[in-house]
Design a protein around this ligand. Structure first.
Ligand code: PMV
Length: 353
């Protein structure tokens, strides 16, 4: 372990991507454990970059300042402080440090795109990297990322999946030997058919407004929800089917499962108490148009949606030209201020300093 001295100070920076879930996590128990397994792919363009300047103090606690996009942000600082307190028993040698954290997102704050996965992913990377530095351990050891995934999960469940590139699974799944509720795992090359190696996600911004329901409240709504048992069962089955489909390269099954998951998530929100209608009329028009286009053109393209009105258009890179033309000609008019984000599968987190 590194000796605590007045000169133990420095800077660490990481970039962590967001991810898009194809099999959705919605409902949890215990300490941030998922009610069902989920599967996503990590994105390329939507990410958070976080820097930490650290130094020792005489205090026993961890103290921090949090600067978001150039401005001190007390609300975020409180949330991060609470998060660090909760995970400090995993990182005891950080006790007594003062951290100045600065963070920025690559996507506009007001775009309606959730940032908790990339934000907690970047935070967990920084904190475990700092801990490893204090302990004199190498971040290239195999357990580093697994521990980061677990720490990220404790901030936001979906963040556990942002720690790896490509397709990532989180939650115990019978047919996936190494899977766990505690942390996510990346799918191996042999588990993903060539069809799915390069996936695109064009995000259509139907509404930029703040979300009506925070995901923490959404997970809570699944407790006592009349359809919860059936939903968790369906997600488990969809996970098994999706894993088989990814291995076999069946695009039709892939599209059916992906859309089924998105619509089930919204069905849960519509039928919970209180109930939430997060889709906008334009979200429905876009979904219907995507289905009609797919039927007529036979181009493999489908949609998924998170807990909001924006539509993620998912398709393999080989049909990019056809899908982009379709989006530009037929879908952009249904977006707020014609806004969209051109994203796709990325290479996972990156250390900046
Ligand atoms: O990680 P949370 O608590 O923000 O929940 C994420 C929930 C969804 O984005 C709707 C689905 C998912 O699996 O990412």
């Amino acid at each position: 372990m590194q000796k605590k001295t007045e000169d133990t100070r420095g800077t660490i920076a990481w970039r962590c991507p967001s991810n898009i879930a194809l099999v959705k996590y919605w409902g949890k128990h215990g300490v941030q454990l998922p009610a069902n397994p989920s599967l996503s792919f990590s994105l390329r363009e939507a990410y958070t970059e976080t820097w930490v300047d650290f130094e020792w103090t005489d205090n026993q606690e961890v103290s921090l300042d949090f600067i978001f996009e150039g401005k001190k942000n007390e609300a975020f600082a409180l949330r991060i402080k609470e998060y660090i307190q909760n995970i400090l028993h995993h990182l005891p040698s950080l006790q007594g440090m003062h951290l100045t954290l600065s963070s920025r997102n690559s996507f506009p704050h007001s775009s309606g795109i959730a940032s908790s996965a990339s934000a907690f992913g970047a935070m967990a990377l920084i904190l475990n990297d700092l801990y490893y530095q204090m302990e004199g351990k190498s971040i290239h050891s195999p357990e580093f990322l697994q521990e980061v995934s677990e720490l990220a999960r404790l901030g936001s469940g979906s963040a556990s999946r942002s720690i790896y590139p490509g397709f990532v699974a989180w939650g115990k799944t019978e047919t996936l030997a190494a899977s766990s509720d505690q942390h996510a795992i990346p799918l191996k090359n042999s588990q993903v058919h060539d069809q799915f190696r390069k996936m695109n996600d064009t995000i259509l911004i139907v509404s930029k407004g703040e979300k009506d329901v925070k995901s923490s409240a959404g997970h809570e709504l699944m407790k006592g929800h009349p359809y919860a048992g059936a939903r968790f069962g369906q997600a488990g089955e969809n996970m098994q089917k999706m894993l088989r489909t990814l291995e076999l390269g069946d695009l039709d099954d892939f599209m059916n499962i992906t859309e089924n998951e998105a619509l089930s998530l919204h069905a849960m929100m519509m039928t919970s108490t209180p109930s939430y209608l997060l889709l906008k009329p334009n979200s429905l028009i876009i979904m219907e148009k995507i289905r009609n286009f797919r039927k007529q053109s036979k181009v493999p393209v489908c949609f998924t949606i998170d807990a909001g009105p924006n539509i993620h258009v998912i398709y393999p890179e080989q049909v990019e030209r056809e899908v982009k033309d379709f989006i530009q000609n037929d879908l952009l008019v249904y977006c707020e201020a014609n806004q969209w984000i051109d994203d796709g599968m990325g290479k996972g987190p990156e250390k900046l300093k």
